[in-house]
Design a protein around this ligand. Structure first.
Ligand code: URA
Length: 441
Protein backbone atom coordinates (compact mmCIF):
# COMPACT_ATOMS: atom_id res chain seq x y z
CA UNK A 1 0.00 0.00 0.00
CA UNK A 2 1.37 3.41 -0.92
CA UNK A 3 1.44 6.11 1.74
CA UNK A 4 -1.23 8.80 1.35
CA UNK A 5 -0.05 12.07 -0.20
CA UNK A 6 -1.33 13.99 2.83
CA UNK A 7 -2.70 13.40 6.27
CA UNK A 8 -6.13 15.01 6.71
CA UNK A 9 -5.15 16.29 10.16
CA UNK A 10 -2.30 18.36 8.67
CA UNK A 11 -4.70 20.00 6.22
CA UNK A 12 -7.21 20.68 9.01
CA UNK A 13 -4.51 22.20 11.24
CA UNK A 14 -3.22 24.45 8.45
CA UNK A 15 -6.67 25.87 7.84
CA UNK A 16 -7.49 26.01 11.56
CA UNK A 17 -4.43 28.21 12.05
CA UNK A 18 -5.43 30.55 9.23
CA UNK A 19 -3.15 29.26 6.48
CA UNK A 20 -3.93 28.86 2.79
CA UNK A 21 -4.24 25.35 1.34
CA UNK A 22 -2.38 24.24 -1.76
CA UNK A 23 -4.11 22.97 -4.88
CA UNK A 24 -2.91 19.41 -4.14
CA UNK A 25 -4.27 19.53 -0.59
CA UNK A 26 -7.64 20.77 -1.86
CA UNK A 27 -7.70 18.03 -4.54
CA UNK A 28 -6.91 15.45 -1.87
CA UNK A 29 -9.80 16.75 0.25
CA UNK A 30 -12.41 16.73 -2.57
CA UNK A 31 -11.34 13.27 -3.72
CA UNK A 32 -10.98 12.04 -0.15
CA UNK A 33 -14.56 12.83 0.89
CA UNK A 34 -15.74 10.60 -1.98
CA UNK A 35 -13.25 7.74 -1.66
CA UNK A 36 -13.08 7.72 2.14
CA UNK A 37 -9.50 9.02 2.59
CA UNK A 38 -11.08 11.96 4.42
CA UNK A 39 -13.40 10.57 7.12
CA UNK A 40 -16.68 12.40 7.78
CA UNK A 41 -15.41 13.71 11.14
CA UNK A 42 -12.25 15.06 9.49
CA UNK A 43 -14.23 16.62 6.62
CA UNK A 44 -16.55 18.38 9.08
CA UNK A 45 -13.57 19.66 11.08
CA UNK A 46 -12.10 21.12 7.90
CA UNK A 47 -15.46 22.59 6.88
CA UNK A 48 -15.70 24.32 10.26
CA UNK A 49 -12.13 25.62 9.92
CA UNK A 50 -13.01 26.99 6.45
CA UNK A 51 -16.17 28.50 7.93
CA UNK A 52 -14.12 30.51 10.45
CA UNK A 53 -10.95 31.17 8.47
CA UNK A 54 -12.42 31.58 4.98
CA UNK A 55 -10.66 30.85 1.71
CA UNK A 56 -8.75 33.05 -0.70
CA UNK A 57 -10.27 33.49 -4.21
CA UNK A 58 -7.57 31.12 -5.47
CA UNK A 59 -8.44 28.43 -2.90
CA UNK A 60 -12.15 28.82 -3.71
CA UNK A 61 -11.45 28.39 -7.44
CA UNK A 62 -9.34 25.28 -6.74
CA UNK A 63 -12.02 23.82 -4.46
CA UNK A 64 -14.67 24.40 -7.14
CA UNK A 65 -12.52 22.74 -9.77
CA UNK A 66 -11.64 19.79 -7.52
CA UNK A 67 -15.30 19.26 -6.59
CA UNK A 68 -16.35 19.47 -10.25
CA UNK A 69 -13.76 16.80 -11.13
CA UNK A 70 -14.91 14.51 -8.30
CA UNK A 71 -17.40 12.98 -10.77
CA UNK A 72 -18.54 13.10 -14.39
CA UNK A 73 -18.28 16.37 -16.27
CA UNK A 74 -20.81 16.50 -19.10
CA UNK A 75 -19.24 17.36 -22.43
CA UNK A 76 -21.65 19.16 -24.76
CA UNK A 77 -19.01 20.57 -27.11
CA UNK A 78 -20.36 18.56 -30.04
CA UNK A 79 -23.83 20.13 -29.67
CA UNK A 80 -24.11 23.16 -31.95
CA UNK A 81 -25.07 26.51 -30.46
CA UNK A 82 -24.24 28.47 -27.31
CA UNK A 83 -25.05 26.52 -24.14
CA UNK A 84 -26.04 28.97 -21.42
CA UNK A 85 -27.65 28.22 -18.06
CA UNK A 86 -29.09 30.25 -15.20
CA UNK A 87 -28.93 29.49 -11.50
CA UNK A 88 -30.88 31.16 -8.73
CA UNK A 89 -29.91 31.06 -5.07
CA UNK A 90 -33.61 30.51 -4.41
CA UNK A 91 -36.62 32.27 -3.05
CA UNK A 92 -40.40 32.09 -2.69
CA UNK A 93 -42.44 32.02 -5.90
CA UNK A 94 -39.26 31.87 -7.98
CA UNK A 95 -40.48 30.03 -11.05
CA UNK A 96 -38.21 31.96 -13.43
CA UNK A 97 -36.47 28.82 -14.79
CA UNK A 98 -39.73 27.43 -16.19
CA UNK A 99 -40.24 30.59 -18.26
CA UNK A 100 -36.63 31.52 -18.98
CA UNK A 101 -35.46 28.24 -20.53
CA UNK A 102 -38.13 28.10 -23.29
CA UNK A 103 -37.73 31.85 -23.82
CA UNK A 104 -33.96 31.56 -24.29
CA UNK A 105 -34.33 28.57 -26.62
CA UNK A 106 -36.89 30.41 -28.74
CA UNK A 107 -34.26 33.17 -29.09
CA UNK A 108 -31.61 30.70 -30.28
CA UNK A 109 -29.76 29.39 -27.20
CA UNK A 110 -29.41 25.91 -25.77
CA UNK A 111 -30.20 25.63 -22.07
CA UNK A 112 -28.84 22.56 -20.23
CA UNK A 113 -30.31 22.92 -16.77
CA UNK A 114 -29.64 20.80 -13.71
CA UNK A 115 -31.86 22.00 -10.92
CA UNK A 116 -32.61 21.19 -7.32
CA UNK A 117 -35.54 20.42 -5.08
CA UNK A 118 -37.12 22.75 -2.56
CA UNK A 119 -35.99 22.64 1.03
CA UNK A 120 -37.36 24.68 3.91
CA UNK A 121 -39.32 27.74 2.84
CA UNK A 122 -37.90 27.93 -0.70
CA UNK A 123 -39.29 26.01 -3.65
CA UNK A 124 -37.35 23.92 -6.16
CA UNK A 125 -37.67 23.77 -9.94
CA UNK A 126 -37.75 19.95 -10.05
CA UNK A 127 -40.70 19.79 -7.66
CA UNK A 128 -42.59 22.38 -9.71
CA UNK A 129 -42.01 20.44 -12.94
CA UNK A 130 -43.21 17.25 -11.26
CA UNK A 131 -46.61 18.88 -10.76
CA UNK A 132 -47.04 18.23 -14.51
CA UNK A 133 -48.40 14.67 -14.79
CA UNK A 134 -45.74 12.31 -16.14
CA UNK A 135 -42.88 14.85 -16.19
CA UNK A 136 -39.59 12.99 -15.57
CA UNK A 137 -36.67 14.90 -14.09
CA UNK A 138 -34.39 11.93 -13.39
CA UNK A 139 -32.91 11.43 -16.85
CA UNK A 140 -29.54 9.93 -17.70
CA UNK A 141 -26.97 12.01 -19.55
CA UNK A 142 -27.64 10.41 -23.01
CA UNK A 143 -31.36 11.31 -22.83
CA UNK A 144 -30.56 14.78 -21.44
CA UNK A 145 -28.26 15.37 -24.39
CA UNK A 146 -30.78 14.01 -26.94
CA UNK A 147 -33.53 16.33 -25.63
CA UNK A 148 -31.16 19.28 -25.62
CA UNK A 149 -30.34 18.58 -29.25
CA UNK A 150 -33.98 18.12 -30.32
CA UNK A 151 -35.80 20.71 -28.18
CA UNK A 152 -33.02 23.07 -27.09
CA UNK A 153 -33.56 22.78 -23.33
CA UNK A 154 -33.89 20.04 -20.76
CA UNK A 155 -34.39 20.34 -17.01
CA UNK A 156 -33.17 17.51 -14.86
CA UNK A 157 -31.99 16.62 -11.36
CA UNK A 158 -28.34 16.14 -10.55
CA UNK A 159 -27.31 12.60 -11.49
CA UNK A 160 -25.43 10.59 -8.79
CA UNK A 161 -22.30 10.68 -10.94
CA UNK A 162 -22.16 14.49 -11.15
CA UNK A 163 -20.20 16.27 -8.37
CA UNK A 164 -20.44 13.48 -5.76
CA UNK A 165 -18.16 15.57 -3.50
CA UNK A 166 -20.90 18.20 -3.17
CA UNK A 167 -23.54 15.59 -2.37
CA UNK A 168 -21.37 14.42 0.52
CA UNK A 169 -20.17 17.84 1.67
CA UNK A 170 -23.60 19.47 1.47
CA UNK A 171 -25.10 16.70 3.62
CA UNK A 172 -22.34 17.22 6.21
CA UNK A 173 -22.68 21.03 6.12
CA UNK A 174 -26.43 20.76 6.57
CA UNK A 175 -26.04 19.06 9.95
CA UNK A 176 -22.90 20.79 11.24
CA UNK A 177 -23.77 24.49 11.00
CA UNK A 178 -21.46 25.15 8.05
CA UNK A 179 -23.93 26.03 5.28
CA UNK A 180 -23.65 29.83 5.54
CA UNK A 181 -20.08 30.16 4.34
CA UNK A 182 -19.42 32.06 1.11
CA UNK A 183 -16.45 30.03 -0.27
CA UNK A 184 -18.33 26.77 0.45
CA UNK A 185 -21.59 28.02 -1.09
CA UNK A 186 -19.68 29.33 -4.10
CA UNK A 187 -17.81 26.05 -4.68
CA UNK A 188 -20.99 24.01 -4.14
CA UNK A 189 -23.06 25.95 -6.67
CA UNK A 190 -20.35 26.58 -9.24
CA UNK A 191 -18.96 23.01 -9.27
CA UNK A 192 -22.41 21.70 -10.23
CA UNK A 193 -22.98 24.36 -12.88
CA UNK A 194 -19.54 23.95 -14.44
CA UNK A 195 -20.10 20.16 -14.62
CA UNK A 196 -23.14 20.72 -16.87
CA UNK A 197 -21.07 21.43 -19.96
CA UNK A 198 -22.12 25.09 -20.25
CA UNK A 199 -20.32 27.82 -22.18
CA UNK A 200 -21.53 30.59 -19.88
CA UNK A 201 -23.79 31.20 -16.91
CA UNK A 202 -26.13 33.81 -15.48
CA UNK A 203 -26.71 33.90 -11.72
CA UNK A 204 -29.68 35.30 -9.86
CA UNK A 205 -28.31 36.06 -6.42
CA UNK A 206 -31.25 36.92 -4.20
CA UNK A 207 -31.28 38.79 -0.93
CA UNK A 208 -34.03 39.69 1.54
CA UNK A 209 -36.57 38.12 3.86
CA UNK A 210 -37.35 35.15 1.62
CA UNK A 211 -33.79 34.52 0.41
CA UNK A 212 -30.93 32.43 1.65
CA UNK A 213 -28.87 35.64 2.05
CA UNK A 214 -30.75 38.18 4.13
CA UNK A 215 -28.29 41.05 3.60
CA UNK A 216 -27.46 42.68 0.27
CA UNK A 217 -23.74 42.95 1.18
CA UNK A 218 -23.52 39.17 1.64
CA UNK A 219 -25.30 38.55 -1.67
CA UNK A 220 -22.88 40.92 -3.39
CA UNK A 221 -19.86 39.15 -1.88
CA UNK A 222 -21.23 35.78 -3.04
CA UNK A 223 -21.96 37.16 -6.53
CA UNK A 224 -18.37 38.46 -6.86
CA UNK A 225 -16.96 35.14 -5.62
CA UNK A 226 -18.98 33.13 -8.17
CA UNK A 227 -18.16 35.44 -11.07
CA UNK A 228 -14.48 35.16 -10.10
CA UNK A 229 -14.63 31.35 -10.03
CA UNK A 230 -16.26 31.39 -13.47
CA UNK A 231 -13.45 33.57 -14.75
CA UNK A 232 -10.84 31.17 -13.30
CA UNK A 233 -12.60 28.31 -15.11
CA UNK A 234 -12.62 30.25 -18.39
CA UNK A 235 -16.44 30.58 -18.44
CA UNK A 236 -18.07 33.99 -18.59
CA UNK A 237 -20.44 34.43 -15.66
CA UNK A 238 -22.71 37.38 -14.90
CA UNK A 239 -24.74 37.81 -11.75
CA UNK A 240 -27.79 39.96 -11.07
CA UNK A 241 -28.63 40.86 -7.51
CA UNK A 242 -32.39 40.74 -7.06
CA UNK A 243 -34.60 41.56 -4.09
CA UNK A 244 -36.61 38.76 -2.47
CA UNK A 245 -38.60 40.53 0.22
CA UNK A 246 -42.01 39.53 -1.19
CA UNK A 247 -42.74 36.41 -3.28
CA UNK A 248 -42.03 36.72 -6.99
CA UNK A 249 -45.26 36.94 -8.97
CA UNK A 250 -48.66 36.23 -7.47
CA UNK A 251 -48.35 32.45 -7.09
CA UNK A 252 -46.27 30.23 -4.86
CA UNK A 253 -46.48 26.46 -4.55
CA UNK A 254 -46.29 23.92 -7.38
CA UNK A 255 -49.42 23.70 -9.54
CA UNK A 256 -50.06 27.40 -8.91
CA UNK A 257 -46.54 28.28 -10.10
CA UNK A 258 -46.77 26.08 -13.20
CA UNK A 259 -50.01 27.86 -14.14
CA UNK A 260 -48.41 31.27 -13.59
CA UNK A 261 -45.36 30.28 -15.68
CA UNK A 262 -47.54 29.16 -18.58
CA UNK A 263 -49.48 32.43 -18.31
CA UNK A 264 -46.16 34.30 -18.60
CA UNK A 265 -45.32 32.39 -21.77
CA UNK A 266 -48.78 33.30 -23.11
CA UNK A 267 -48.03 36.97 -22.47
CA UNK A 268 -50.08 37.46 -19.30
CA UNK A 269 -47.40 37.29 -16.59
CA UNK A 270 -47.23 39.59 -13.56
CA UNK A 271 -44.94 42.60 -14.00
CA UNK A 272 -42.36 41.76 -11.30
CA UNK A 273 -41.92 38.18 -12.48
CA UNK A 274 -41.54 39.27 -16.11
CA UNK A 275 -39.05 41.97 -15.10
CA UNK A 276 -36.75 39.46 -13.41
CA UNK A 277 -37.25 36.84 -16.14
CA UNK A 278 -36.49 39.28 -18.95
CA UNK A 279 -33.46 40.69 -17.11
CA UNK A 280 -31.91 37.25 -16.53
CA UNK A 281 -32.77 35.83 -19.96
CA UNK A 282 -31.48 39.05 -21.52
CA UNK A 283 -28.09 38.52 -19.88
CA UNK A 284 -28.08 34.95 -21.22
CA UNK A 285 -28.75 36.21 -24.75
CA UNK A 286 -25.90 38.70 -24.43
CA UNK A 287 -23.47 36.05 -23.14
CA UNK A 288 -24.60 33.62 -25.85
CA UNK A 289 -24.01 36.19 -28.58
CA UNK A 290 -27.67 36.53 -29.54
CA UNK A 291 -28.11 40.15 -28.44
CA UNK A 292 -25.85 43.18 -28.17
CA UNK A 293 -27.57 44.74 -25.17
CA UNK A 294 -30.51 44.42 -22.81
CA UNK A 295 -32.79 46.50 -25.06
CA UNK A 296 -32.10 44.31 -28.11
CA UNK A 297 -32.62 41.17 -26.02
CA UNK A 298 -35.91 42.51 -24.70
CA UNK A 299 -37.26 43.05 -28.23
CA UNK A 300 -36.44 39.47 -29.19
CA UNK A 301 -37.96 38.03 -26.04
CA UNK A 302 -41.17 40.00 -26.38
CA UNK A 303 -41.42 38.83 -30.01
CA UNK A 304 -41.11 35.11 -29.13
CA UNK A 305 -43.72 35.45 -26.40
CA UNK A 306 -46.07 37.33 -28.75
CA UNK A 307 -45.69 34.85 -31.64
CA UNK A 308 -46.09 31.78 -29.41
CA UNK A 309 -42.68 30.26 -30.13
CA UNK A 310 -41.54 30.33 -26.46
CA UNK A 311 -44.75 28.53 -25.43
CA UNK A 312 -44.16 25.98 -28.21
CA UNK A 313 -40.71 25.17 -26.74
CA UNK A 314 -42.31 24.68 -23.30
CA UNK A 315 -44.80 22.20 -24.81
CA UNK A 316 -42.01 20.37 -26.61
CA UNK A 317 -39.85 20.13 -23.48
CA UNK A 318 -42.84 18.82 -21.50
CA UNK A 319 -43.60 16.15 -24.07
CA UNK A 320 -39.93 15.18 -24.46
CA UNK A 321 -39.60 14.65 -20.70
CA UNK A 322 -42.76 12.53 -20.53
CA UNK A 323 -45.04 15.30 -19.26
CA UNK A 324 -48.61 15.84 -20.37
CA UNK A 325 -48.23 18.91 -22.61
CA UNK A 326 -52.03 19.33 -22.72
CA UNK A 327 -51.69 21.13 -19.35
CA UNK A 328 -50.73 24.20 -21.37
CA UNK A 329 -54.34 24.48 -22.56
CA UNK A 330 -56.13 22.77 -19.69
CA UNK A 331 -54.93 23.61 -16.16
CA UNK A 332 -57.45 21.15 -14.67
CA UNK A 333 -55.06 18.36 -15.74
CA UNK A 334 -52.62 19.56 -13.03
CA UNK A 335 -53.02 18.33 -9.43
CA UNK A 336 -55.91 20.37 -8.04
CA UNK A 337 -56.61 21.15 -4.38
CA UNK A 338 -60.02 20.32 -2.89
CA UNK A 339 -60.60 23.83 -1.54
CA UNK A 340 -59.89 27.34 -2.74
CA UNK A 341 -60.19 29.77 0.16
CA UNK A 342 -59.99 33.51 -0.33
CA UNK A 343 -58.28 35.41 2.48
CA UNK A 344 -59.75 38.89 2.73
CA UNK A 345 -58.53 41.96 4.59
CA UNK A 346 -60.25 42.83 7.89
CA UNK A 347 -62.37 45.87 8.69
CA UNK A 348 -59.34 47.92 9.75
CA UNK A 349 -57.44 47.50 6.44
CA UNK A 350 -56.90 50.93 4.89
CA UNK A 351 -54.31 52.41 2.57
CA UNK A 352 -51.65 50.35 0.81
CA UNK A 353 -49.77 47.10 1.19
CA UNK A 354 -46.37 47.85 2.73
CA UNK A 355 -45.09 44.30 3.21
CA UNK A 356 -45.78 40.75 1.98
CA UNK A 357 -43.20 38.82 3.97
CA UNK A 358 -41.79 36.14 1.65
CA UNK A 359 -40.50 34.03 4.54
CA UNK A 360 -43.94 33.81 6.16
CA UNK A 361 -45.50 33.05 2.75
CA UNK A 362 -42.97 30.23 2.35
CA UNK A 363 -43.93 28.93 5.79
CA UNK A 364 -47.60 29.12 4.78
CA UNK A 365 -46.88 26.81 1.83
CA UNK A 366 -45.12 24.42 4.21
CA UNK A 367 -48.11 24.58 6.56
CA UNK A 368 -50.37 23.60 3.64
CA UNK A 369 -48.16 20.54 2.96
CA UNK A 370 -46.40 22.00 -0.08
CA UNK A 371 -42.89 22.18 1.38
CA UNK A 372 -40.18 19.97 2.79
CA UNK A 373 -38.62 20.18 6.24
CA UNK A 374 -36.32 17.22 5.43
CA UNK A 375 -35.07 16.05 2.02
CA UNK A 376 -37.07 12.82 2.33
CA UNK A 377 -40.45 14.55 2.95
CA UNK A 378 -43.21 14.10 0.37
CA UNK A 379 -44.91 17.22 -0.90
CA UNK A 380 -48.46 17.95 -2.02
CA UNK A 381 -48.16 19.57 -5.46
CA UNK A 382 -51.78 20.76 -5.47
CA UNK A 383 -51.56 23.17 -2.54
CA UNK A 384 -50.19 26.70 -2.57
CA UNK A 385 -50.93 30.38 -2.88
CA UNK A 386 -52.46 32.26 -5.81
CA UNK A 387 -53.74 35.81 -6.42
CA UNK A 388 -51.25 37.14 -3.89
CA UNK A 389 -51.52 40.89 -3.29
CA UNK A 390 -48.32 42.91 -3.96
CA UNK A 391 -46.50 45.67 -2.11
CA UNK A 392 -47.86 49.09 -3.14
CA UNK A 393 -51.36 47.90 -4.06
CA UNK A 394 -54.29 49.75 -2.47
CA UNK A 395 -56.38 47.93 0.14
CA UNK A 396 -59.76 48.43 1.72
CA UNK A 397 -61.79 46.24 4.09
CA UNK A 398 -62.65 42.98 2.31
CA UNK A 399 -59.85 43.26 -0.30
CA UNK A 400 -58.50 39.87 -1.36
CA UNK A 401 -55.02 39.21 0.05
CA UNK A 402 -54.58 35.79 -1.52
CA UNK A 403 -56.33 32.54 -2.47
CA UNK A 404 -55.23 29.45 -0.56
CA UNK A 405 -55.30 26.17 -2.48
CA UNK A 406 -55.70 23.66 0.35
CA UNK A 407 -56.49 20.01 0.93
CA UNK A 408 -56.94 20.11 4.69
CA UNK A 409 -58.85 22.56 6.89
CA UNK A 410 -56.50 22.58 9.89
CA UNK A 411 -53.53 23.18 7.60
CA UNK A 412 -55.44 25.93 5.78
CA UNK A 413 -56.15 27.67 9.11
CA UNK A 414 -52.41 27.67 9.98
CA UNK A 415 -51.55 28.99 6.53
CA UNK A 416 -54.19 31.73 6.80
CA UNK A 417 -52.73 32.91 10.11
CA UNK A 418 -49.27 33.11 8.50
CA UNK A 419 -50.58 35.07 5.50
CA UNK A 420 -52.33 37.52 7.83
CA UNK A 421 -49.02 38.05 9.65
CA UNK A 422 -47.17 38.38 6.32
CA UNK A 423 -49.26 41.19 4.84
CA UNK A 424 -48.95 44.64 6.42
CA UNK A 425 -50.59 47.95 5.54
CA UNK A 426 -49.61 51.60 5.63
CA UNK A 427 -51.77 54.73 5.14
CA UNK A 428 -49.50 56.27 2.45
CA UNK A 429 -48.10 54.56 -0.65
CA UNK A 430 -44.83 52.86 0.41
CA UNK A 431 -41.52 53.57 -1.27
CA UNK A 432 -41.12 50.99 -4.06
CA UNK A 433 -37.75 49.30 -3.75
CA UNK A 434 -36.10 48.28 -7.01
CA UNK A 435 -36.31 44.59 -7.81
CA UNK A 436 -33.06 44.38 -9.73
CA UNK A 437 -30.01 45.83 -8.05
CA UNK A 438 -26.43 45.31 -9.23
CA UNK A 439 -25.03 43.51 -12.26
CA UNK A 440 -21.75 41.80 -11.37
CA UNK A 441 -19.53 40.69 -14.22
N1 URA B 1 -27.16 25.90 -2.89
C1 URA B 1 -26.19 25.00 -3.19
O1 URA B 1 -26.27 24.28 -4.17
N2 URA B 1 -25.14 24.92 -2.35
C2 URA B 1 -25.00 25.69 -1.25
O2 URA B 1 -24.01 25.56 -0.56
C3 URA B 1 -26.01 26.62 -0.96
C4 URA B 1 -27.09 26.71 -1.81
Amino acid sequence: MTAPAFFPQDIIIRKRDGGALSRDEIDFFARGVVDGAFADYQATALLMAIFWRGMTPQETAWLTDAMMRSGDVIDLRDLPGAKVDKHSTGGVGDKVSLILAPLAVACGLKVPMMSGRGLGHTGGTLDKLEAIPGFRVQLGVPEFRAILQRVGCAMIGQTPQVVPADRKLYALRDVTGTVECIPLICASIMSKKLAEGIDSLVLDVKFGRGAFMKKKEDALTLAHAMVEVGRAAGKPVRALLTAMHQPLGRAAGHTTEVVESIECLKGGGPADLMEVTYALTGQMLILGGKARDAAGARQQMEAVVANGSALKVFREMCAAQGGDARVVDDYSLLPTARKKLEIRAGADARGFVSEVDALRCGHAIMALGGGRAAVTDRIDHAVGLADLIKIGEPVAPGARLCTLHANDEARAARAEALIREAVKFTPAPPRQEPLIHDLVQ
